[in-house]
Design a protein around this ligand. Structure first.
Ligand code: NDP
Ligand code: 8X3
Length: 257
């Protein structure tokens, strides 16, 4: 249980779902953690729990990845010993709405584009140069099946995840002359707060997404992330697509009931 001993991992969007599960799994494996999200109270509770349970060091701060100035200030303001980030998990992300494109809400579009694309870029622009300088680092971007397939109403969310796929490939190309590795982990349906956020807190609608099918858990996805960052140094897992057994694509599911 020491796969990540002495490594520092920075996880964005660690207050819920996949990010929180990744923080917990990485803590179990002995990593020291930097955790960030907008809901600072949640991050604080998680940090305190993981410190106590696994005797690891945890640094946390409230962060809105959409705010470039905040990203830069908070990251460059990290104590020196926390700037030696070995693993960056670009996980913070969200979907908003499922309307047809011509009926979509502009504020939903802005939020998805600003978080899923621009937020990932802002964080990467600060952290990757540190990794390049140290000649060391793993980057895992959280994409989605939505970055490979369209579905009705997926329009802008899918476009942001296609962008994550493109940015991952771009990073792989741009870092080919370094020891750094870049992966994308692209899940199908994962039961987290994702659907509650997508449907603006409509619990009934969110529950229906996972009805009659066993979705992935945040932990399932965290294990795929852990796999990527624990390969021997000469191996770069480019992409992991991970789906529930009864989901064959964005539009193909088998449900009982
Ligand atoms: P959750 O809603 O459970 O978690 C999303 C996390 O992102 C939260 O911690 C949230 O924290 C954080 N976040 C959102 N906006 C911001 C922001 N502006 N700044 C900082 N943090 C932010 O969803 P998931 O765990 O499911 O989502 C994680 C990633 O997985 C996303 O990129 C999503 O697109 C992707 N994904 C999810 C799938 C699913 O079916 N659930 C499938 C495929 C991919 P806070 O609100 O506190 O800021
Ligand atoms: C989340 C999965 O299919 O709801 O990225 O877009 S899906």
């Amino acid at each position: 249980m020491n796969l990540l001993r002495n490594r520092v991992a920075f996880i964005t969007g660690a207050s819920a779902g996949i990010g929180e599960a990744t923080a917990a799994l990485f803590a179990e494996e002995g990593a020291n953690l930097i955790l960030a999200a907008r809901r600072g109270d949640r991050i604080q509770k998680l940090a305190e729990r993981l410190r106590k349970e696994y005797q690891i060091n945890v640094h946390f701060f409230q962060l809105d990845v959409r705010n470039q100035r905040e990203v830069e200030t908070k990251l460059t303001g990290l104590p020196e010993e926390w700037k030696t980030i070995d693993i960056l998990v670009n996980n913070a992300g969200l979907s908003r709405g499922l309307e047809k494109l011509h009926e979509g809400k502009l504020s939903d579009w802005e939020e998805m584009i600003d978080t899923n694309i621009k937020g990932l870029l802002y964080v990467s622009r600060v952290v990757i140069p540190w990794m390049v300088q140290r000649g060391k680092g793993d980057i895992v971007n959280i994409g989605s099946i939505a970055g490979h397939e369209l579905y009705p109403g997926g329009n802008v969310y899918c476009a942001t995840k296609f962008a994550v796929d493109a940015l991952t490939k771009g990073m792989q190309i741009d870092l080919v002359d370094t020891p750094l590795r870049v992966s994308t982990v692209d899940p199908g349906m994962v039961e987290t707060e994702f659907s509650m956020v997508r449907f603006h807190g409509d619990t009934e609608r969110a529950k229906k997404v996972y009805q009659g099918i066993q979705p992935l858990s945040g932990r399932d996805v965290a294990e795929a992330i852990l796999f990527c960052v624990t390969r021997p140094p000469h191996i770069n897992i480019h992409q992991v697509r991970i789906m529930p057994t009864n989901q064959a694509g964005a539009m193909v599911t088998y449900r009982t009931g």
